[in-house]
Write a protein that binds this ligand. Structure first.
Ligand code: GLU
Length: 278
């Protein structure tokens, strides 16, 4: 499907086939499909060892059972590694990246050192400034966030969701020097998501509010890669009875458990506060 050929807004639902879809996914999917225009389905499977074909099949089945349909072919991120590598190469050519050889244990130790003050999980910058020419095969690639933001200049993003509507300053500095290419898979969610949102002509990203804080980074990568910038609609998260956000391990909340127990799509939608038409 060529970007620009679809009725707008074009949004998407982008699950990872690492487990069964649960009520939180049902809410996200129904929210995305309730927008006017068209909703695309994307399978986010860059983390191959954690993904299973049977979970991908279950995603299709559960979404169809909910009454949702999408244009084919479905984009699968594992088919797009070359596009992600090209985007990374561009960021490297801009001088916005450096190779990082720190292990998790080293980063943890640096962060808990007394002189660092309050512990945080922001990368302390140990490898910042290492030249790309010094990159070893086992290195991760990080974005030098200060340099990247200086290159891009001031940025904003538009939020259309009900939680934080309006224009937001896109300042990603609080995230620190994030990993753009993991040493195990050579890319990252952040690269894949901006490259694919642009390639699919997405005009409005509907997703959980847990990703609101990384949106400034996505806006920054879009600017550096000269990609189109969609608007964002971050929705509330579905929580369990103890107020914890649902995770893939919450099989009791899996859509297919409700199906097996005889619930209808309308009843499952009602559990997350959505009234299905008809
Ligand atoms: N693949 C992500 C997830 O399953 C969604 C990322 C996004 O919508 O940007 O949570």
């Amino acid at each position: 499907m060529q970007p620009g050929m679809l009725p707008e807004p074009v949004t998407r639902f982008a699950p990872s086939p690492t487990g069964l879809l649960h009520l939180g996914h049902a809410f996200s999917a129904l929210t995305a499909w309730s927008r006017p225009g068209v909703c695309l389905l994307r399978i986010e499977d860059i983390d191959r060892p954690r993904c299973r074909p049977e979970f991908e099949t279950a995603i299709f089945e559960d979404l169809r059972w909910l009454g949702l349909r999408w244009p084919e072919p479905v984009l699968r991120q594992s088919d797009r590694m070359e596009a992600y590598a090209a985007a990374l190469a561009r960021l490297i050519a801009l001088g916005a990246c450096y190779p990082c050889r720190c292990t998790r244990a080293e980063i943890r130790a640096a962060l808990s050192a007394p002189q660092e003050g309050v512990a945080s999980d922001i990368y302390p910058g140990t490898c910042r400034g290492r030249p790309m020419a010094a990159a070893g095969p086992g290195d991760a690639i990080r974005l030098d966030i200060a340099r990247a933001q200086a290159l891009a200049g001031p940025l904003q993003f538009t939020e259309t969701g009900p939680l934080y509507p309006g224009q937001h300053v896109a300042d990603a500095s609080a995230l620190g020097d994030v990993v753009l290419a993991r040493r195990d898979i050579g890319t990252s969610y952040h690269i894949a998501v901006v490259v694919d949102d642009a390639a699919q002509g997405i005009t409005e990203v509907v997703r959980g509010v847990d990703l609101f804080e990384v949106t400034p980074l996505h806006r920054l990568l879009q600017a550096l890669l000269e990609l189109s910038a969609p608007s964002y609609h971050h929705h509330r998260l579905i929580r369990d009875d103890l107020g914890r956000r649902l995770a893939k391990r919450d099989d009791a909340r899996a859509i297919r458990r409700f199906r097996a127990d005889g619930a209808s799509p309308t009843e499952v939608a009602a559990l997350v506060g959505i009234t299905l038409p008809g």
